[in-house]
Design a protein around this ligand. Structure first.
Ligand code: ADP
Ligand code: MG
Ligand code: MG
Length: 893
């Protein structure tokens, strides 16, 4: 029979940090700390397996579980020398949820369990502290009422607020014992009213019901939402830890806190945390009182502080990672209640990784594996443009300053409820969620928002904790801001901001402005540079950018791009001064007229390429010849018709009307049923060779011109949409003859390559023959995915959500490369291509080139490089390094 319960206490634990899957994060690390000799109250953990069995058995305990719970409870009693349910001196426990990965505040915990009408009196007598005993009881009835009996928390909170108002207490600790006693009576009446039953007095029954409720909290709405957002499997289940209570609410020499071994916002190496005197744990996280900084503990109790610092250093060395710890001080004695790898901003993650390596705590490989490449986005996320911000401040638009809890900037419309945030965001609005404080119910709304602003809570409050892992902009504890949820407005000083008004937030400083501030890309920090340099030393896969302009090219270079994998020439055609020339070319009645128009376009194209080649001096540049169907450059038929009808009706401007008729006729003739499968790519170049000839000439003349200036360039001319061997042959010949003619005329020596996109599935299959004329391949995975699945990228939205929900697709194949199908074509294409040309350069230039799991695939199949948007380059660099480390680990096995 499986063991369902693991004990910890008295310096020894049956579990350890290696049992994360079975004991959950909280349970396994409590066991680990116990084994390390760190002071932890004794207790036991019920496994995730028991939870899974519980759900399988339609919410019945698996056989033997309860017996194990009871026998471990007896062990706990003898470890701590107290009896559960003893009316004179009761053992109280907490019952805590804890999954494999941390889901902060999403599941439930009950404190002070074991109290009843008799033992509360015993507890008061033993501790000689009535206030304390009744404070524990009122907390217990509320938590049990909420978590186990399903009553709404606000109902309890209202009664507490009433009591506070009546006795004139500003904070919870000021409420005297008699008032608390009376409050418990009111709580119990509330329970009776709402459930029809009295508050359970039997501690064992309390325990059994609470264990079930914690199991069930695995499937509450907010836990489900959180798992969906983070891709956590629904069948992991939660462990349940039952442990002896220690009390931070025993008076001025007691308290509770949360701390990080390093600053989770910046990564700075200093002890960072918050402490609340005379309080229990949930008070800190719930943000009911704004806590003091951890240094306050040093002033109050230097010995305890020193001990805590020694423990946190030890934990960090032991886990070789920044830790997030919970602790409680009971009348001068310190207890640790939790440790885990702390959530941190991407900025902090990079700094911590770099510094821990320098401290010798971790090696380079560990450092590189510490950060999910996707999170690098946060570091590249826009910040408020400083001069525009200064302007707004100058105009007096600074509303308030809070605590900066999440990085970057946010600009959006104010909303006051999570539901509204979700609703408006769905409608395409950028929103900022403003709350007095957030609770786990708000998660979906927080996710939908650009930024989160709260008037209460500290840097370890719920909002700060959750958002830090997301890298969203967040400001908490903006105390000068008064939120009026009912009126849907907030007040800061004399300014009133209503729902729908636009504000700007600076997550790096905590400033909130009543203005729309411009955003700009952030500067790249020194640590990030170092970190990415390590990634470059580790990876074997090249990283290039897709860039259409010299500015893009410069950005690509700045971000570490090693070349351009795709220049889309058509993007240059859309610029205002060129579109008339492009239209003239399309409207041309014959080749001659078309050539005349193309001659006029040539200098523009040449200038574009000169700019890009200069920017990429010394690095390869792949230029793709014209790809989209020509109708994309003409006005929309309905717009033409509208103008024509108007002229006709007014009977004016006959000449213009004739012109319009001509264009309309052209648009009609270019109309296609499936333009994406129509007259485009090399099909255009083959039917109108003069177009490609002009482009090749422009590329080569530009290359010659910059070579004369001393710039190093090796253009790679790329043919789009090749599907047959003949297409490749013909286009190659044409390109070669034009290119060589230019070189002959100018007398400059430039090396160049002619290659092709592989984006028609057929091309992958005949890649060996295509490689006879193609000197490089670049997989165009947008079209390749489109044509392999037969899904139109523009229409997939109609069915994709259903497919994802029902598990018919694991992910959107246009963002995550479909390894099974599209990937197989890529494998075949590479293998056959290299049969003909062993040194064939192979890249990818679809959107997938910046998506980490797709980058890993590209590494595995032996591509030469990935090419992605300049903005995504750091992500691809890190993903490529991690892929290299992964295949090294494979090799070692
Ligand atoms: P969460 O996962 O939401 O943080 P926890 O199980 O960690 O929930 O508990 C909530 C709060 O109660 C924490 O601050 C924790 O430190 C505190 N707490 C839990 N168990 C005990 C205990 N045995 N004694 C004192 N405080 C406790
Ligand atoms: Mg906790
Ligand atoms: Mg394409």
């Amino acid at each position: 029979m499986a063991t369902y319960v693991y004990f910890f206490g008295g310096g020894k634990a049956e579990g350890s940090s290696r049992m994360r899957e079975l004991l959950g994060g909280k349970g396994c690390d409590l066991a680990e700390m116990t084994n390390l000799g760190i002071p932890v109250p004794p207790g036991f953990t019920i496994t995730t397996e028991a939870c899974i069995e519980y759900f399988k058995g339609e919410k019945r305990h698996p056989h033997g579980l309860w017996d194990e719970v009871v026998s471990n409870l007896r062990r706990l009693e003898s470890a701590i020398k107290l009896s559960f349910g003893d009316p004179a001196n009761p053992l109280l426990v907490s019952v805590r949820s804890g999954a494999r990965v941390s889901m902060p505040g999403m599941m439930d915990t009950v404190l002070n369990l074991g109290l009843n009408d008799k033992s509360v009196v015993g507890l008061a007598r033993r501790t000689k502290n009535d206030r304390f005993a009744w404070d524990c009881y009122r907390r217990f009835v509320m938590m049990f009422g909420n978590v186990v009996l399903g009553l709404e928390r606000p109902a309890f909170e209202r009664l507490l607020d009433e009591t506070k108002a009546r006795v004139g207490a500003r904070t919870d600790p000021e409420v005297p014992a008699e008032a608390l006693m009376e409050l418990v009576g009111r709580y119990k009446t509330l329970v009776m009213e709402k459930t029809g039953e009295a508050f359970p007095q039997d501690p064992l029954e309390q325990l059994r019901l609470t264990i079930d409720a914690v199991f069930n909290s695995w499937n509450n709405q907010r836990a489900l939402t959180y798992r969906k957002i983070h891709g956590i499997p629904h069948d992991w289940g939660t462990a349940v830890t039952v442990m002896a209570m220690v009390f931070g609410n025993l008076g001025e020499s007691s308290g509770t806190g949360v701390a990080f071994t390093r600053d989770p916002g910046t990564g700075e190496r200093h002890f960072f945390g918050e402490f609340l005197v005379n309080a229990q744990g949930e008070d800190v996280v719930a943000g009911v009182r704004t806590p003091e900084p951890i240094t306050a503990l040093r002033a109050r109790a230097p010995k305890v502080y020193e001990e805590l610092v020694a423990i946190k250093d030890r934990l960090e060395r032991h886990y070789r990672d920044m830790q997030d710890i919970e602790f409680t001080v009971q009348e001068g004695t310190l207890y640790l209640l939790q440790t885990r790898s702390g959530k941190r901003t991407a900025k902090a993650a990079v700094r911590i990784a770099v510094e821990m390596l320098r401290e010798g705590l971790i090696d380079k490989e560990m450092a590189l594996l510490r950060l999910d490449p996707r999170r690098l986005h946060e570091l590249l996320h826009p910040v408020l443009e400083p001069t525009d911000k200064a302007r707004a401040i100058g105009k007096g638009h600074l509303l308030v300053k809070g605590l900066p809890a999440g990085p970057g900037a946010a600009v959006g419309r104010v909303v006051f409820s999570a539901d509204r945030a979700v609703e408006w965001a769905k409608g395409g609005q950028k929103v900022i969620l403003v709350r007095p404080e957030t609770s786990p119910e708000d998660v979906a709304g927080m996710w939908a928002s650009q930024g989160i602003l709260t008037s209460r809570g500290g840097l370890t409050s719920h909002a700060a904790l959750v958002v830090r892992g997301w890298g969203k902009c967040c400001i908490v504890g903006a105390g000068d801001l008064f939120v009026d949820e009912e009126r849907r407005a907030f007040q800061a000083g004399r300014t009133i901001v209503r729902e729908g008004d636009i504000i700007s937030m600076d997550g790096n400083t905590g400033e909130v402005l009543f203005d729309t501030i411009k955003l700009m890309p952030p500067p790249i920090s020194d640590e990030l540079r170092v970190f990415l340099k390590w990634a470059d030393e580790t990876r074997t896969l090249g990283v290039r950018a897709n860039a259409d302009t010299p500015e893009d090219a410069r950005k690509a270079r700045e971000n570490g791009g090693e070349g351009i994998g795709l220049v889309r020439t058509e993007h240059m055609f859309f610029q205002a001064e060129r579109i008339p020339l492009v239209r003239e070319m399309i409207m041309a009645a014959d080749t001659k007229a078309r050539q005349v128009a193309l001659e006029k376009l040539l200098p523009f194209q040449r200038e574009d390429f000169i700019g890009i080649f200069r920017a990429m001096d010394g690095l390869p540049v792949t230029v793709r010849l014209l790809d989209p169907p020509l109708h994309e450059f003409l006005p929309r038929y309905t717009d033409l018709l509208e103008e024509h009808t108007r002229l006709d009706a007014l009977g004016i401007n006959q000449a213009r009307a004739r012109e319009l008729e001509e264009v309309m006729a052209k648009v009609r003739s270019l109309q296609e049923a499936n333009p994406m499968l129509g007259h485009r790519g090399c099909r255009l170049g083959i039917t109108f060779p003069e177009i490609y000839e002009m482009q090749v000439r422009a590329i080569m003349e530009a290359a010659c011109a910059v070579t004369r200036e001393g710039v190093k360039v090796e253009p790679e001319i790329m043919v789009p949409l090749t599907g047959t061997v003949g297409e490749m042959k013909l286009t190659h010949e044409m390109t070669r003859s034009v290119a060589d003619a230019v070189l002959g005329d100018t007398g400059v020596k430039v090396n160049y390559l002619i290659g092709t996109m592989i984006e028609v599935p057929r091309a992958a299959l005949v890649a060996d023959r295509i490689a006879e004329d193609a000197e490089f391949f670049s997989f165009g995975t947008n079209d390749l995915t489109q044509m392999t699945f037969g899904y139109s990228r523009d229409d997939i939205g109609k069915f994709l959500p259903f497919y994802l929900d029902r598990g018919l697709l694991p992910a959107d194949p246009f963002s995550v490369l479909d390894e099974e199908g599209v990937g197989e074509l890529i494998r075949i294409g590479i293998e056959r291509g290299r049969k003909t040309r062993p040194a064939l350069k192979v890249g990818i230039c679809g959107e997938h080139g910046g998506e980490p799991s797709s980058v890993e695939f590209c590494h595995r199949v032996g591509m030469t490089y990935v090419s992605c948007s300049p903005f995504m380059i750091p992500v691809a660099r890190l993903a490529a390094a991690q892929a290299a480390l992964g295949s090294k680990a494979e090799g070692n096995k």
